[in-house]
Design a binder for this molecule. Structure first.
Ligand SMILES: *[C@@H]1O[C@H](CO)[C@@H](O)[C@H](O)[C@H]1NC(C)=O
Ligand SMILES: *[C@@H]1O[C@H](CO)[C@@H](O)[C@H](O)[C@H]1NC(C)=O
Ligand SMILES: *[C@@H]1O[C@H](CO)[C@@H](O)[C@H](O)[C@H]1NC(C)=O
Ligand SMILES: *[C@@H]1O[C@H](CO)[C@@H](O)[C@H](O)[C@H]1NC(C)=O
Ligand SMILES: *[C@@H]1O[C@H](CO)[C@@H](O)[C@H](O)[C@H]1NC(C)=O
Ligand SMILES: *[C@@H]1O[C@H](CO)[C@@H](O)[C@H](O)[C@H]1NC(C)=O
Ligand SMILES: *[C@@H]1O[C@H](CO)[C@@H](O)[C@H](O)[C@H]1NC(C)=O
Ligand SMILES: *[C@@H]1O[C@H](CO)[C@@H](O)[C@H](O)[C@H]1NC(C)=O
Length: 417
C-alpha cells in the first residue's frame, strides 16, 4: 500500500520550491565565458575566487555611480584592491561587464559607451578571478592574455610583481576610489619613491629627501626594478628595500596600499573581526608627507597632526587644506620696498630653494633674501650656518625636532604681525 504521508509532504515542498525559484539570486560565478556578462542592477551578480577570498563586480562609489572593481570578501567593509578606469564610474542602470566573442572583457555604460576594455583579441577566452585576487583573461589553452595584476591602482597584493612600469596612485580622499596626487614607483635612479605629483608641483618625500638614498639602505645599482610582497609578509625590492610585516608569517591576508593621505602601509586582515590592522608604515608621521597642507600651509603635531597657516596668512579653503594658505594683503602696503622678516622656530618648508649655502652668518643669509625680489622666505640652521633662500613655501612642517628656523618676508608696513 502507498504511504499517504509521502505525497502530503512532497507536494507542499515542491510548491515552496516553485514559489522561491524566481526570487533566488544567481549563485556567484567563478568564470565568465564568451557572451556572458555581469550586470550592475544585481549586486549578487559577481565573480568570486574559488577560495571565496575575493570578489569582482560592480562597486557602488556614489549615488547611481558604480565602478568595476575587485574587493576582499572577508573584510568588514568591501576593501577594494583594484578598479577598472577608476576615474570614470558608470551608471547604476544598464551598465555591464561583458566577455565579448573577440576575447575582450569590456565595461560599458548605460548607453553602451565602452568605458574600459582589456584590449586583447583572441577567441574562446574566459575570465576568472584567481585566489590571489588577480583577475585574468585566459585563452582556451589556459594561457593568460591579460591580468589585473599588471595594472595596479592603489594596492599591491602578495605575489603581484611590481615592476618598472608599475605605479600605485592614492585615492583622492578617504572612501573614494578616484585618483589622488600621491604616487609610488621606481624613479629614474631605480629607487622606489613616494612623491606628491601634480602638473604644477611635485615633491619626493620618501625615502627621506634630507638623506642620500644609501643612508636608508637603498641602492641605485640594480636596474632590474622589480619588487614583490610574499605570503609571509616580506616585501623585497631590487633597490635593496626590505619591508617586514610586524606579524611576519604565513596564513595572514595582507595588502600594501598607498593610502589617500600619502602613507604607504602594509595592512593585515584579522579574519575573526574582519578588521584591518597596520603591520608596517613608510612614514611615522603624517607631517612627513609633502603638500599635505598645501602652499604656505604648515603641518603641526599637537599631538596629532593638523594644518595651520603662518601669521599673516589665511586658509584658502577650510574644508580642503591641500589648497593651502594665502597672504592677507594690506592694500595700502603692497608697494612698499622695505621688508621685514617673521621668525617661525623649528619649522621648515622643504624644497623651492634658490640654493643652499654653508657657513653663512644669519645677517648675510637675511640679506640674500632681502635683496632678491623672488625670495619669499629663508631657512636658516643655526648650528651649521646653512642658508636656504626660498622662492615658494611648500611642504611646511613644524616640530620641536626640526633643527631649522624659517623667516618669512613681509613688507615692513604689514601691521598684523
Ligand atoms: C564601514 O563603513 C561604515 C559606513 O560607511 C563606517 O561607518 C564604518 O566605520 C566602516 N567600518 C570599517 C571597519 O571601516
Ligand atoms: C585600451 O585602449 C584604450 C584606447 O587605446 C586605452 O585608453 C585603455 O587604457 C586601454 N585599456 C587597457 C586596459 O590597457
Ligand atoms: C613597460 O612598458 C614598455 C613600453 O610601454 C613595454 O614595452 C614593456 O614591455 C613594459 N614592461 C613590462 C615589464 O611590462
Ligand atoms: C642592502 O641592505 C643591507 C642591510 O640593510 C646592507 O647591509 C647592504 O649593504 C645593502 N646593499 C647595498 C647594495 O646597498
Ligand atoms: C637585482 O634585483 C633583482 C630583483 O630583486 C634580484 O633578483 C637580483 O639578484 C638583483 N641583482 C643584483 C646584482 O643584486
Ligand atoms: C583578531 O582580533 C581578536 C579580537 O580583537 C583578537 O583576540 C585576535 O588575537 C586577533 N587575531 C589576530 C591573528 O591578530
Ligand atoms: C601613517 O600611519 C601611521 C600609523 O598608523 C600613522 O601614525 C601616521 O600618522 C600615518 N601617516 C599618515 C601620513 O597618515
Ligand atoms: C645663492 O644665491 C644667492 C642669491 O641669488 C647668491 O647671492 C649666492 O651667491 C648663491 N650662492 C651660491 C653658493 O651659489
Amino acid at each position: 500500500m502507498r504511504n499517504p504521508t509521502m505525497s502530503t509532504i512532497v507536494i507542499p515542498l515542491f510548491l515552496i520550491f516553485l514559489l522561491l525559484l524566481p526570487f533566488a539570486s544567481p549563485a556567484p560565478r567563478i568564470s565568465l565565458t564568451s557572451h556572458s556578462f555581469l550586470s550592475v542592477e544585481d549586486d549578487s551578480d559577481i565573480l568570486i575566487s574559488q577560495d571565496k577570498s575575493f570578489a569582482c563586480g560592480f562597486y557602488e562609489v556614489g549615488t547611481n555611480a558604480f565602478t568595476f572593481s575587485i574587493w576582499f570578501l572577508n573584510s568588514k567593509n568591501k576593501t577594494v584592491v583594484w578598479t577598472a578606469n577608476r576615474d570614470r564610474p558608470v551608471n547604476g542602470h544598464g551598465s555591464r561587464v561583458t566577455m565579448r566573442e573577440n576575447g575582450n572583457l569590456v565595461l560599458t555604460d548605460y548607453d553602451d559607451t565602452v568605458i574600459w576594455s582589456t584590449n586583447i583579441s583572441s577567441t574562446r577566452d574566459q575570465s576568472q578571478l584567481l585566489d590571489t585576487g588577480n583577475l585574468v583573461v585566459k585563452d582556451k589553452d589556459g594561457k593568460v592574455l591579460w591580468q589585473s595584476f599588471d595594472y595596479p591602482t592603489d594596492t599591491l597584493l602578495p605575489n603581484q610583481v611590481f615592476h618598472k612600469n608599475s605605479s600605485l596612485v592614492s585615492a583622492a580622499a578617504g572612501g573614494l576610489l578616484s585618483s589622488g596626487h600621491y604616487k609610488f614607483y621606481f624613479d629614474i635612479d631605480y629607487v622606489l619613491i613616494l612623491i606628491y605629483d601634480t602638473p604644477e608641483f611635485d615633491s619626493i618625500y620618501w625615502p627621506d629627501p634630507d638623506h642620500i638614498v644609501w643612508d636608508d639602505g637603498r641602492s641605485g645599482y640594480n636596474s632590474s626594478r622589480s619588487a614583490v610582497l610574499d605570503d609571509m609578509g616580506k616585501f623585497v625590492s631590487s633597490d635593496n628595500l626590505t619591508i617586514r610585516a610586524s606579524d611576519l608569517g604565513p596564513g595572514i591576508r595582507r595588502r600594501l596600499t598607498l593610502d589617500y593621505d600619502g602613507n604607504l602601509s602594509l595592512h593585515s586582515l584579522n579574519e575573526s573581526t574582519e578588521m584591518w590592522s597596520i603591520s608596517w608604515v613608510a612614514l611615522s608621521s603624517a607631517c612627513l608627507v609633502h603638500s599635505l597642507c598645501g602652499r604656505n600651509g604648515i603641518c603641526v603635531y599637537t599631538p596629532t597632526s593638523h594644518c595651520t597657516c603662518p601669521p599673516g596668512f589665511e586658509v584658502n579653503d577650510p574644508s580642503d587644506w591641500s589648497k593651502g594658505c594665502k597672504r592677507k594683503y594690506d592694500i595700502n602696503c603692497h608697494k612698499s620696498h622695505e621688508v621685514k622678516f617673521f621668525e617661525l622656530p623649528h619649522t621648515d618648508f622643504w624644497g623651492s630653494d634658490v640654493n643652499g649655502t654653508l657657513s653663512l652668518s644669519f645677517r648675510a643669509c637675511r640679506k640674500i633674501c632681502r635683496v632678491d625680489r623672488s625670495c619669499e622666505a629663508f631657512g636658516y640652521k643655526k648650528e651649521s650656518g646653512k642658508c636656504y633662500p626660498k622662492t615658494a613655501l611648500h611642504n611646511g612642517r613644524s616640530h620641536p625636532g626640526v633643527d631649522n628656523n624659517i623667516y618669512i618676508k613681509f613688507p615692513r608696513c604689514v601691521e598684523t604681525l
